[in-house]
Design a protein around this ligand. Structure first.
Ligand code: HEM
Length: 116
């Protein structure tokens, strides 16, 4: 079970890296570019791996997750997915969207690391 947790954390960190990568790609695409679908792929990976980590918690020894923190991370991620998904069909993403999505990702990294 510990190996499964490590595997999920591994994928969770790759998902975070993917979101930062998509932020860079969106920045490079410039204004008038559509929303990059990678927001949904990276966000989906974070959702699946995060929820799976929560689901296996009862079977783990020495792990006691902060559920308030995880709930807030979940809300932040739902906002990311909602915003990216909402503008997916538009020909151009609004200028404010990329910094807001990137900021929300960084917020979740901060919550993950600093709120124990
Ligand atoms: C944009 C979305 C997210 C980002 C960038 C993110 C980022 C991170 C990072 C960097 C860590 C490692 C923290 C550390 O080891 O000190 C982490 C751990 C964790 N995250 Fe997330 N997270 C996101 C969403 C979520 C969601 C939605 C959930 C669950 C509902 C979740 C559940 C967890 C759990 C349970 C851990 C602890 C894993 C462990 O060390 O055993 N995360 N997250």
């Amino acid at each position: 079970m510990e190996f499964l947790r490590l595997l999920l954390v591994f994928l969770h960190l790759l998902g975070m890296a993917m979101l930062i990568g998509v932020f860079m790609l969106q920045l490079k695409a410039g204004k008038d570019a559509p929303v990059n679908k990678g927001w949904l792929h990276g966000g989906g990976l974070q959702l699946i791996t995060g929820l799976a980590l929560m689901a296996i918690e009862p079977a783990l020894d020495d792990v006691d997750y902060n559920h308030m923190k995880l709930g807030i991370k979940l809300v932040v991620l739902v906002v990311i997915l909602g915003l990216a998904g909402g503008f997916l069909r538009k020909p151009a993403a609004p200028n404010w969207l990329n910094p807001v999505l990137g900021g929300l990702v960084v917020l979740n990294v901060g919550l993950a690391v600093f709120w124990t």
